[in-house]
Design a protein around this ligand. Sequence first.
Ligand code: SF4
Length: 562
Amino acid sequence: MAKETFDPIRENRGSRAALKVPMANFPNADEIVRQGLLEDSQSVETVDIMLVNPPSPDGGIWIRSQHRVGRRTRENMIWPQVSLAQMAALLHPTYKVKVVDAIAERMSWSEFSALLDRHKPRYYLTQVTAPTLENDMYGVFLAKARGAYTIAFGTHVTPIPRETMRPYPSLDFILLGEPDLTIRDLLDCLEGKFDKRPANIQKLFADHDPTYKPSLNEDGTANLSGVKGLVWRRGDEIVMNGTRSFIHNLSDMPLPMHELLPLQKYRMPLLKGPFTFIVTSRGCPAACTYCIKHVSYQFSARVRSPENIMQELWKLKNLGINNIHMYADLFTVNRDQVVGLCQLMIEQKINIKWTCNSRVDYVDEEMLALMGKAGCWLISWGIESGNEQILKHARKGVYPEKAANSLRAAKKAGIKNWGYFIIGLPGETETTIRETIEFAKKLPLDIALFHVAAPYPGTPFFFEVVKNGWFRAGTRWEQVDMDKGTVLDYPDLPAERLLYWQKRAFREWAFRPGPIMTYLKMLMSDTSTLSSAVNVGLQHLNWSSSESESKERFAIARASKA
Ligand code: SF4
């Protein structure tokens, strides 16, 4: 037998002829992963829906709300997320709900991710605002990555639904305008739970829209195209359904589930202890061009009954809350409601301290006196400008002398006045800004804040700015914020000058003997508010003194142009 000779090249397996290339047949672990997730979702901490005020973009305190605009707070206010508590009440007990206010809890993104892992929401509903858009969409992405259906609502996504969904594929749904009934309708549709609605929820649906009917296909499956107020994806297409009617009778809504909120964390400057909001009405009949109400409730002013508000006040009182902000587009929109509420508060001796907002032409001396007697201690007034032409152009519809009279009447009733002013509305010049500062100094104000006008998308002011090319080149949504800077660039009043005047206005108003004395008196009257007041004061000082830096930069820029 011939002996095999050893061939080192043949021994090298790499010298053999290449095999025919087979068809790819990749291993698939999807099913196992999916099964694992489904088994895990039986955990006791799993929720059907998580209603979220997402973490901060920069560690600071941000304000987000259902019907107003978002901004970084300069007053150290932590806004109660009452709109999330309201929607929770519309979904409970059919759905297991969890409300997360990551701003109040000062929650980091990693803590928030851990919370998502723990609760594994099937639905994720988030607040979204223009200045926090990318940040808020990060939350959507995290939830989507964990298998949730993701839903956004608010005043940014309402006027730009398609252009929000297009660049953010993790976002499944947008609720346009008033989200309360749309979120309930959407969940009932997807979960097949129309028949699980409690009687009060059925009534709300029947009353708000006589044409309403649950949206189902003939075979009983969900038909998203019939859910009014919904924006959704059909394959690659983004579909906008018809608009949903506003809720006619707000008193028919279940009381918000305040108990799900971190009530002890909410703070307002110069206020001892926690506070929260009660929504007394929605909408405002006025037409101020810069106001975001154009994209939330438009001209539909609806008020709750005084008796219904009292129920909520007592609920909060029993939860240990004695400070309330009556949260409305315009609290004094209906005199009968305000008078009725004040009378009940006095009769029932509820002994709650409260604040509200108003317009100088929606009050009278008698009503203000009653408000003071019922526990109102501060009114924030949107005064905006000291120049009639600017007010007229902005459709504010009031004149400066009315402001002086109303504020005096409030003072007489023992109520403090907080004035809000806007620098940079159309038609503004350095002369009109001066007029506003001088006007503010003459008013009986205890606190004054000066913002730069912000053209929030969907407001008439926004369209005016676009039409006239007043947006600063390269503006991003994150920059549309009345506190952080400005996106406006008027031909005769560039952004730097607007910011300069905003800060100067505050300094000129604040550093006078009157406001300094008022401030000191407030501190002396309640030392428990000292640290928050000092904090706010320091923030304002920092902020207004940073002006000297920007002034220097501005002077250098001007010198280099000359
Ligand atoms: S009065 Fe206030 S709420 Fe009403 S439109 Fe003007 S700014 Fe908006």
